[in-house]
Design a protein around this ligand. Structure first.
Ligand SMILES: Cc1cc2nc3c(=O)[nH]c(=O)nc-3n(C[C@H](O)[C@H](O)[C@H](O)COP(=O)(O)O)c2cc1C
Length: 319
């Protein structure tokens, strides 16, 4: 049964590593997870690999929708069934990733060039799963032009296989560039979805935007990816749940990721730099010390890595 909360974290492959996911679970930063894509190409991986993919998300005890990526409808449906057996609450398909490596094989955003094939993927998985399990799709508005969604959305919804649609307003070729007409594109997507719930996505990074646009446009919800990375309590604040101020939240989250990573040998400096950059931007209180750090960072040494207020006074203005 579809029971989506109004605010969802965007899946982020490469960034949502196990310690990050467990830290987010610890603080209950999301009510429902959509995992980063699990790519299927040749054959169904062993069950222990599927389980390992799910385990860090299970820590939060919130529903987990597993996102799949691939082009083989049968293989994707098999993987979907296996993940549901392991406890996933739903299956989502990635039809939006713009990475060259991915689209060159017609996966991710590459699929938008062939809506009939997307429909086949969705219908094959739909048939394989119990009716109560939602199947969803995360799309961009087209490959090259947002006008393509006029063809794509009706096509992929025509079988009734899709429970909800997440729409990132950009096209694949627009990558992450600033483009005008975001709200117009979302409004068109909602119109084309004709009653199927739509989750809005793209550049939503403040509480007021997250709250405003779904109401204004009649969407089922809103998804924040990069905004959630920068402000981990963003979705809780949008949902009027208890939350620290953004700066305290960043500090708590950074420490918790490092603490969680200690169970698996620590968070390597490269990962810690990446995390601090996402949280605070490049001008951040840990950057200088972490640059010279060549080992896994421990919670104990964290205070010694933080620049003093005199050395570091840049607010979170970089974003
Ligand atoms: C590093 C990174 C990894 C991402 N990985 C995924 C992914 O695995 N699956 C997916 O559907 N979208 C992925 N996305 C796209 C985001 O979920 C989201 O659609 C996009 O960033 C736009 O939303 P935002 O402006 O809130 O960041 C990724 C984005 C980033 C920046």
């Amino acid at each position: 049964m579809l029971n989506l909360p109004p605010y969802l974290p965007g899946p982020m492959e490469g960034i949502m590593h196990p310690a990050w996911i467990r830290a987010a679970g610890y603080w209950e930063l999301a009510e429902h997870w959509i995992t980063p894509f699990f790519r299927l190409s040749a054959e169904l991986p062993q069950q222990r690999l599927l389980r390992a993919f799910l385990t860090p998300f299970s820590f939060s005890k919130k529903p987990i929708t597993v996102q799949l990526m691939g082009t083989d409808p049968g293989l994707l449906a098999e993987a979907a069934a296996a993940f549901i057996e392991l406890g996933a609450a739903g299956i989502d398909f990635n039809f939006g990733c713009p990475s060259r490596r991915v689209v060159s094989g017609n996966a991710g955003g590459g699929a938008l060039k062939n809506p009939q094939w997307m429909r086949k993927i969705l219908a094959t998985t739909r048939r394989m799963l119990p009716t109560a399990i939602p199947v969803s799709a995360k799309i961009r508005t087209g490959w090259h032009s947002p006008e393509e969604m006029d063809r794509i959305i009706p096509e992929i919804l025509s079988d009734g296989a899709v429970s909800f649609l997440t729409v990132h307003f950009r096209t694949v070729t627009e990558q992450y560039q600033p483009v005008p007409g975001r709200e117009r594109r979302w409004a068109r997507a909602i119109q084309l979805a004709a009653g199927i719930p739509v989750v809005l996505n793209g550049d939503l990074a403040t509480v007021s935007e997250l709250q405003q646009f779904p109401l204004q446009l009649g969407a089922a919800g809103a998804m924040a990816a990069r905004g959630f990375l920068r402000d981990p309590w963003l979705l809780r604040r949008a949902a009027a749940k208890s939350a620290p101020d953004p700066e305290t939240g960043r500090q708590h989250f950074f420490e918790t990721v490092i603490a969680e990573a200690e169970t698996e040998g620590g968070l390597f400096a490269g990962r810690a730099i990446e995390l601090s950059n996402f949280l605070w931007g490049k001008a951040n209180p840990y950057f200088e010390a972490l640059k010279h750090c060549h080992h896994a960072v421990t919670l104990q040494e964290l205070p010694s890595l933080k620049a003093s207020d005199q050395e570091y006074s840049a607010p979170h203005a970089a974003h």
